[in-house]
Design a protein around this ligand. Structure first.
Ligand code: ADP
Ligand code: MG
Length: 355
């Protein structure tokens, strides 16, 4: 497995319908060479369809897909130079681990001694050394996931596609594997597209995240930009917890519940909502200069270990939540009046038109 082999991916106007349903609605997507990009979207948004179209297992109705300079839309899967990890893993259950991992090499008529050498390397890479002789149906979920990964990278493809590779694993192993997938990517360097419906997983693993909804890419950005500057309400609501409060305009100023807001970022034209994230609000003992101040009443508190989620109803009637430290001494009481501070740089407005 040679490090540093990768290709950019260029998707243009790719569409695919199933009857009346637009599974892919004229998708444009640019993935940089060597990038780890995550495709994030709810169930049924077209993630698997897009991945299968890229891998060559599904044929789009129209559009263009280039890997580097090459148009690949007419190439069969094994001529596309892509490794694929399917959601179901699609391993051969009765075959040995080594037999499974070596399969793509046999398909490519690699000599036997070379296969044995490369399978050993791949086993080592996914930390399964010594398990080559095991039957796949004698492995745990986490080990199967590693076999599927080893099989996908054993022929050193320049592109790696993974469809919810961690969804069958329990939470702890999944979080461990998120870090491992990133480090594997850092070592191998292939252009990687990973599908998930888990927003936290997407933020953890990716150089950039593409959010997809109903067959359309809504936004492509770094995890931080996606979270802090979402393009619309769908993205804001899907990535992280959020509340949307309608704002009004008076002259040049934007008002919430009768108070003018200080806003560091862009202010859209027309009707808009303020995006509130629970952890960007601070419970204040007294008003502080330079912050937007919101007044409300504490409805309830939920202790969540590393933090406490405080449900608040604002003076204007909107229900929101504030995430705060778990130290008991700093917590407000249920029914108490609270003063909340929001920094101008965390005051994000989303145009209703973009929703
Ligand atoms: P995701 O992976 O994001 O959950 P999919 O790409 O599997 O979504 O599916 C996108 C949409 O296309 C869904 O509404 C799904 O029901 C539909 N779909 C997928 N495959 C087929 C198929 N073979 N026939 C008909 N409809 C399909
Ligand atoms: Mg899917």
């Amino acid at each position: 497995m040679t490090a540093g082999r990768s290709l950019p991916i260029t998707v243009r106007q790719v569409g695919k319908r199933y009857g009346d349903l637009r599974a892919l609605d004229d998708v444009d997507l640019d993935v940089r060479s060597g990038e780890f990009l995550t495709l994030l979207g709810p169930s049924g948004s077209g993630k698997t369809t897009l991945l299968m179209v890229l891998a060559g297992f599904a044929r789009p109705d129209h559009g263009s897909i280039r890997f580097g300079e090459n148009e690949v839309i007419r190439l069969p899967p094994h001529r596309r130079d892509v490794g694929v990890v399917f959601q179901s893993y699609a391993l051969f259950p009765h075959m040995s681990v080594a037999g499974n991992i070596g399969f793509p090499l046999r398909l490519r008529k690699v000599p036997r001694a070379e296969i044995a050498r490369r399978v050993e390397q791949a086993l080592d890479l996914v930390q399964l050394s010594g398990l080559g002789g095991r039957r796949v149906d004698a492995l745990s979920g986490g080990q199967r996931q590693r076999v599927a990964l080893a099989r996908a990278v054993v022929f050193a493809p320049r592109i790696l596609l993974m469809d919810e590779p961690l969804s069958a694993l329990d939470k702890q192993l999944r979080e461990h594997m998120q870090i491992e997938l990133r480090s594997l990517h850092a070592r191998l360097g292939m252009t990687t597209i990973c599908v998930t419906h888990d927003q936290r997983e997407a933020l953890t693993m990716s150089d950039r995240v593409a959010v997809i909804d109903r067959g359309r890419i809504m936004q492509i950005d770094t995890p931080r930009a996606l979270y802090e500057r979402p393009a619309n309400r769908f993205v804001a609501g899907f990535v992280g917890q959020s509340f949307f409060l309608p704002v009004t305009r008076h002259g040049g100023a934007v008002h919430l519940d009768g108070c003018a807001l200080r806003i560091a970022g862009p202010v859209p034209e027309g009707a808009a909502h303020l995006l509130l994230r629970p952890e960007r609000l601070r419970i204040l003992a007294a008003p502080e200069d330079g912050l937007n101040l919101l007044r409300g009443t504490v409805m309830s508190l939920a202790y969540q270990g590393e933090s406490v989620l405080v449900q608040v109803v604002l003076a204007g009637g909107a229900r929101i939540a504030v995430r705060t430290g778990a130290a008991a001494s700093a917590l407000p009481a249920e029914g108490a009046a609270v003063l909340l501070g929001l920094a101008p740089e965390d005051t994000v407005l989303l145009a209703d038109a973009a929703a």
